[in-house]
Design a protein around this ligand. Structure first.
Ligand code: C2E
Ligand code: MG
Ligand code: MG
Ligand code: MG
Length: 278
């Protein structure tokens, strides 16, 4: 309870602090300690070759089991982690964990599998990013051919020269680059000309629903673009056999979605892949 005369602004603010702001502050408070309290874990969702149904990669997706707030979706805490720059240390935790898990997958017989890791714009542009990535690669001795970094088009709205520089360094390390949520950003497509991108991931908003006409046109345009630029395409959010059949027939090579599997904890993924003999 703010003291009287302790500057009017403060008591005014506390009197009017609404539920939304209070919740956000509580979340930031908890998020600040989440790495040290070991409250994060990664789940893995298979990315399959649509023709053979073989798993070629897994995408690492973070989960936060907060002691105080319960299980929180990345949709609800990643934007706040970006605003507060907490994403820099969280992102580093994700990379470390994903590389450690990649080595475990290798031990369990998945010696060809790639791991895709989401990289936030804030993390990407941080001055220590490349240095941290190199340090972690050395620490875990991972084969960088098996690492993909997923970035969003938002990256290319910022400093395109810097983006080009960072991507070049990642490519020189052997890491592949995927553009995530492709088709939902507001950036021009010209970055595709200058940057060494490997994969496009079609956003699930174009796949979901019953493939209406507009979505189909957009999917076809993305597939044509990718084909002429020699980029591989992953369709996100495949939930039905019909969606899969359409994508396969129209030249989309890879897919990800609940039809194949939801994201799983590491051990569940290993068990799942053993049951399927993948
Ligand atoms: P994303 O990278 O586009 O990941 C795909 C999202 O779609 C995941 O949500 C996944 O669970 C969901 N999904 C996959 N297949 C289906 C499907 O068939 N149907 C439906 N309805 N959804 C499907 P999730 O795990 O909640 O992650 C949401 C977003 O949070 C991610 O979108 C990504 O932008 C961000 N995120 C997740 N983990 C990380 C991380 O480690 N670092 C960063 N920077 N961002 C992350
Ligand atoms: Mg992603
Ligand atoms: Mg996506
Ligand atoms: Mg997304």
């Amino acid at each position: 309870h703010a003291k009287e005369g302790n500057r009017g602004g403060y008591s005014f603010y506390s009197a009017h602090m609404n539920e939304h702001v209070r919740k956000r502050m509580e979340l930031i408070n908890e998020l600040t300690h989440a790495v040290e309290r070991n409250e994060f874990y990664l789940t893995y969702q298979p990315i399959v070759a649509l023709n053979s149904q073989k798993v070629v990669a897994v995408e690492a997706l973070i989960r936060w089991q907060s002691e105080k707030l319960g299980l929180i979706s990345p949709v609800d805490f990643i934007p706040i982690a970006e605003d507060t720059k907490l994403i820099v240390s969280i992102g580093k935790w994700v990379l470390n964990e994903a590389m450690e898990n990649l080595n475990y997958m290798t031990q369990m017989g998945h010696d060809k599998l790639s791991v895709a890791v989401n990289i936030s714009v804030v993390q990407f542009y941080h001055p220590n990013f490349i240095e941290d990535v190199k340090m972690l690669i050395d620490k875990h001795r991972v084969d960088t051919k098996r690492l993909t970094f997923e970035v969003t088009e938002g990256l290319f709205l910022n400093d395109i020269v810097k983006a080009q520089n960072v991507i070049e360094q990642l490519r020189n390390l052997g890491i592949s680059i995927a553009v995530d949520d492709f088709g939902t950003g507001y950036s021009s497509l010209s970055y595709l000309k200058n940057l060494e991108i490997n994969h496009l991931k079609i956003d699930r908003s174009f796949i979901a629903e019953s493939l209406d006409q507009t979505s189909v046109e957009i999917i076809n345009a993305i597939l044509a673009l990718a084909s002429s630029l020699k980029l591989s395409v992953v369709a996100e959010g495949i939930e039905t056999p019909e969606q899969m059949a359409y994508l396969l027939e129209n030249g989309c090579d890879f897919g990800q979605g609940y039809l194949f599997s939801k994201p799983m904890r590491l051990d569940d993924f290993i068990n799942w892949s053993m049951e399927k003999r993948l």
